[in-house]
Every structure is written in C-alpha cells, then in structure tokens.
Design a protein around this ligand. Structure first.
Ligand SMILES: CCCCCCCCCCCCCCCCC(=O)SCCNC(=O)CCNC(=O)[C@H](O)C(C)(C)COP(=O)(O)OP(=O)(O)OC[C@H]1O[C@@H](n2cnc3c(N)ncnc32)[C@H](O)[C@@H]1OP(=O)(O)O
Ligand code: UBL
Length: 401
C-alpha cells in the first residue's frame, strides 16, 4: 500500500521531464497556490504590524514574494535603479503581460508604493485580502466615472500620505509583441498630484512563457527603469501629449529589447539546429541584426593568456551586437584563448573569418582550451591578433546555458 505513494512522486518528475504542457500547468498551479499560501501567512503579519489596511504592509508582501521566482526558474535583471532614487511620491507605469508581473514588481517595489488594480482582484481569496491590506486602490474599469473619482481621491492621498502608486496603463494583460495603447488614468493621476512619472519596461516574456502554446520554461526578465518624466506645471490639456510621450519611450525600449531577444533566440536555435552554427553567430549580415552602435575601440590584449579562465574583455565588431544594449554587459561571455584551429586564417591585422576557418571538430577543442564545458560557443569575434609567438589570439563568446 505504501508503495502507491511513490507513484505520483515518480510520475511528477517524469511528466516534468517529458511534457512541456505539464510543466506549464504545474508551474501555473504552483504559482497561484503558493501565492495563496503566502498571502495566508502574510495576513496575520500585516495585522500585527499595522492593524489593518496600510501601504507599509507592502514591505512584508515584498519580502514574502521575492523567493517565488526561484521555484519558477525566473531571473530578473534590473537596469536603471538610479531613476528610482527620487524623493517623495511618484507614479510608476509599466507594461502588463501576466500575473507573473507581480514577481518583477516586487523586485523593484520602492517603499510606500502600492498599486491600482481592477476591483475583481479583491475577491481572489487570501490574495485579494492581502491586496486590500497592502493598500491597493481598486477601480471599476467598467464605470469610467467611478474609476475617475477613485483616482482623484488617490491623487490626494498620495500627497497627504506620501504614497507612490504603480499603474498598468494598458489597463489589461497583454502578451502581444507590442504595447497596447495607454489609458489616460495614470497621467491624470500624476498631473493632478503634480508628481513625476517613472516608466518601467518589462521585457517580453515570449522567450519562456507562452500562454497559448502552453509553455512555461525558465527565463530572464529584463526590467528597465527609465528616467522620470516631470509633470510640474502641467494641466489636463497636457494629458494627451504626456500619455503619447510616455508610450513612445516605453514602446521604443520594449521594441529594442524585443529585437535583442529575437537575436538571442536565433543564436540559441541556430546552435541547437546546426552543428556549424555552434561557432558562428550571427550567421547573416550583421547590419540586419545588430543595433547601430558607436565604434568600440579595441582594448589592449591582456598581458597573460590564461586559457582556462574567462577574461572580461569586451567583444567588438560582429559580437558587439551580442552586448546588452541596456546594461552594456555582454550577453555571451567573452573568453580569450589561443586559437586551436589549424585552419584559422588570422594574420596580424586581419580579421579572422571564422565562417571558413572553424570547423565542428574545433568546437570541442575550443571548449577544451577554454575549460568551459557548461557554455555553448555561439560567437567568435571577428578580430584576432597574432602574438609574438605566432599564435593566434582568439576571442570566443560563450553563451551560458
Ligand atoms: C505575500 C503574498 C502575496 C501574494 C499576492 C501578492 C499580490 C501583490 C499585489 C500585486 C498587485 C498587482 C496588481 C496588478 C493589477 C493590474 C490590473 O488590475 S490592470 C487593470 C486595472 N488598472 C487599470 O485599468 C489602470 C489603467 N486604466 C486607466 O487608467 C483608465 O483610464 C481608467 C481610469 C480605468 C478609465 O478607463 P477608460 O474609460 O477605459 O479609459 P480612458 O479611455 O483612458 O478614459 C476615458 C476618458 O476619461 C478620461 N480620464 C481617465 N482617467 C481620468 C481621471 N483619473 N481623471 C479625469 N479624467 C480621466 C480620459 O482622459 C478620457 O477622456 P478623453 O477626453 O478621451 O481624454
Ligand atoms: C477564490 C479563489 C480565486 C482564485 C483567484 C486566483 C488569484 C490569483 C492568485 C495568485 C496570483 C498572484 C498574483 C496576483 C495578482 C495578479 C493581478 C493580475 O494580474 O490581475 C490581472 C489584471 O491585472 C488584468 O486582468 P485582465 O487581463 O484585464 O483580466
């Protein structure tokens, strides 16, 4: 009889390993269930701390939610922290793709910041109650006049109690490849309170989360905090232009990121499908895929080459398009090594055309020489130098798994 318990214990890992759809439902159920449990834990803590509804409860919620990403295999990469170093109240606006946004939101949530949410959320069991305790402002989206008066009240409360508000100006979840047109509420709110707007852009989840295709893999979300937009002196006449300006800035950032994601995805797919492409990326004309970047001067080569350890030596030329345009960090790890490929056609000043000079067999050699078996060689920098010894110094880019 006891053995029967082993069946689900074995079945779950087996299904997780074999079925992407199972993983999708498993992770979704886990997420909702675990958030419910966490909310149940948070309720008494919030009651003890504040005795009821209070924006300070968001600190407790923030702490409790922060670890959830690890269970779901998600990472958050934040840039632009400095833009959140703004005193006093402000309105944060961000795009809204899924309820998973809560995880990213909690990564950067400033103190005394709560959200505006649809009123239906208050009925979501323990999560609804914790949202209420956290001071979330609930609006009825179907009744504009009600929503407007609730938001006008919120503008006053922001000033009276020094509160920051997070609004999703798309007004609903959106998994399309572009932002939805913005609703105006967030901008009225900021202008009424005369406080700045801080836009935050979540990168597209499409690399790891596809609702329709039932896919929920591990992945990284890039959160980009943009510079604040001042609203001092603005009136209701400025709402449309303020809304358009914010939209344009966020859309540009979202699209820029999406292009890079497409780029990364192609690299990974290319590496998976073609043995040759393990060493070559981008395979097509760089101008097609690379963002225009200012020319990067070639840094001085490191004095001693240690083939086993990656050297933080920025790639350039072809590989510069593998540099994250937001953070400036290379998306792939650059590694300096002596080129073990006997066919490498490097000369002192020339560029080494890895297309013709590298072969699949050298892939293993390159991995061995760099000691990086946990990464996949996806790019070779196009430049190489001849050392005094006549060895070719080679820059490799490893895309970590
Ligand atoms: C420990 C464990 C815890 C576990 C759980 C943890 C949970 C933690 C909390 C997480 C919470 C996350 C919450 C996420 C929730 C996300 C959502 O619910 S998104 C949906 C709700 N949000 C919104 O809808 C906000 C965006 N919408 C708007 O701003 C809208 O404008 C609106 C106010 C709802 C009105 O809607 P609508 O009429 O459709 O919109 P418009 O076309 O924009 O406006 C029409 C008209 O009205 C003018 N106007 C709009 N707002 C105002 C205003 N505040 N004051 C004055 N006038 C306003 C607008 O200008 C238009 O007029 P115009 O002449 O055409 O310009
Ligand atoms: C009584 C049981 C009810 C169960 C309901 C489950 C509630 C979800 C539970 C856990 C998830 C935790 C995150 C909660 C916050 C998510 C808020 C959210 O993303 O709401 C969607 C809303 O922005 C837009 O909705 P629409 O796309 O317009 O519709």
């Amino acid at each position: 009889m006891d053995v029967l318990w082993l069946i689900p214990l074995l079945l779950v890992p087996l299904l997780m390993w074999s079925s992407g759809t199972f993983v999708f439902y498993f992770k979704k159920c886990f997420y909702v269930g675990w958030m419910m449990v966490l909310a149940l834990l948070a309720i008494p803590l919030c009651m003890l701390k504040s005795g009821g509804r209070d924006v300070e409860n968001m600190r407790i919620i923030r702490v409790l939610v922060r670890h959830v990403k690890y269970f779901l295999g998600l990472r958050f990469d934040v840039s632009g922290w400095e833009h959140l170093q703004t005193e006093g109240p402000y309105v944060i606006i961000s795009n809204h793709q899924s309820s998973l946004d809560v995880l990213g939101l909690m990564e950067i949530l400033p103190d005394r910041c709560t959200m505006i949410a649809k009123k239906e959320l208050v009925y979501a069991g323990t999560v609804g109650l914790i949202c209420w305790l956290g001071g979330i402002v609930f609006i009825n989206r179907k009744k504009t006049s009600d929503a407007k008066s609730v938001m006008a009240e919120a503008a006053q409360t922001m000033l009276d109690q020094q509160i920051r508000l997070w609004v999703f100006p798309e007004g609903t979840r959106n998994q399309k490849e572009d932002l939805l047109p913005f609703k105006k509420g967030a901008f009225h709110l900021a202008v009424q309170a005369q406080v700045p707007i801080i836009p935050v852009v979540f990168s597209s989840y499409r690399n790891f989360y596809l609702r329709k295709e039932k896919r929920f893999n591990s992945g990284t979300v890039r959160l980009r905090i943009l510079p604040k937009i001042e609203t001092k002196g603005m009136t209701s006449d400025d709402i449309s232009s303020l809304c358009d300006k914010s939209f344009d800035l966020m859309q540009a950032a979202f699209r820029e990121r999406l292009r890079l994601q497409t780029h990364e995805q192609r690299a990974v797919e290319g590496a998976e499908h073609s043995p040759r492409s393990r060493l070559l990326f981008p395979p097509t004309s760089p101008s097609e895929t690379c963002l225009p970047r200012p020319p990067v001067p070639l840094p001085a080569p490191p004095p001693l080459l240690s083939p086993r350890f990656p050297i933080a030596w920025p790639c350039h030329e072809i590989s510069s398009c593998l540099v994250d345009a937001w953070s400036g960090r290379p998306l792939a790890r650059p590694v300096s090594a002596v080129c073990p490929d006997p066919h490498c056609a490097c000369s002192s000043s020339s560029t080494c055309t890895t297309t013709s000079s590298t072969s699949t067999s050298s892939s293993a050699a390159l991995q061995a020489v760099s000691g990086m078996t946990d990464g996949r060689i996806d790019a070779c920098c196009s430049s190489c130098m001849t050392e005094g010894s006549g060895h070719h110094q080679f820059l490799l880019c490893f895309l970590p798994f």
